[in-house]
Write a protein that binds this ligand. Structure first.
Ligand SMILES: [Zn+2]
Length: 123
């Protein structure tokens, strides 16, 4: 259902199609002067509709605030990672490193014990 009213800037007749407006937009762009024209209140959808849609946007910020309270700041997240690193990753790396060193020394020591006298004796 298209309503007609005049653009206050250039006086051109404007069509306002309630159904075609996204989110019951209160303004339309004048196709002649490209002005953003506020639609007269009597042409807009009934006030009861806008009151009904209002609680939803108000409820959303409350929900995001609740999520933000649980959300950690980047600094907190960094500290948690540091604690995990120091408590779990670092000991694991040291253990693996020492084990590898032990294995390498375990292989190298007998070889050296055999090779060193042979090298010294060959001279
Ligand atoms: Zn205009």
């Amino acid at each position: 259902m298209a309503e007609l009213f005049n653009c206050p800037a250039c006086g051109a007749g404007l069509d306002y199609d309630r159904a075609a407006q996204p989110d019951n937009a209160a303004t339309v762009e004048c196709p002649y002067c490209h002005n953003s024209v506020i639609v007269p209140a009597e042409l807009r959808p009934p006030a009861a509709m806008s009151v009904e849609t209002r609680p939803a946007p108000e409820a959303q910020p409350e929900a995001t605030v609740r999520v933000q309270r649980i959300k950690l700041t980047p600094q907190q997240t960094r500290w948690i990672w540091i604690v995990i690193l120091v408590a779990f990753v670092l000991p694991s790396c040291i253990t693996i490193g020492v084990s590898l060193l032990g294995v390498i020394l375990g292989i190298a020591a007998p070889l050296l014990a055999i090779l060193l006298p042979w090298l010294l004796g060959a001279r």
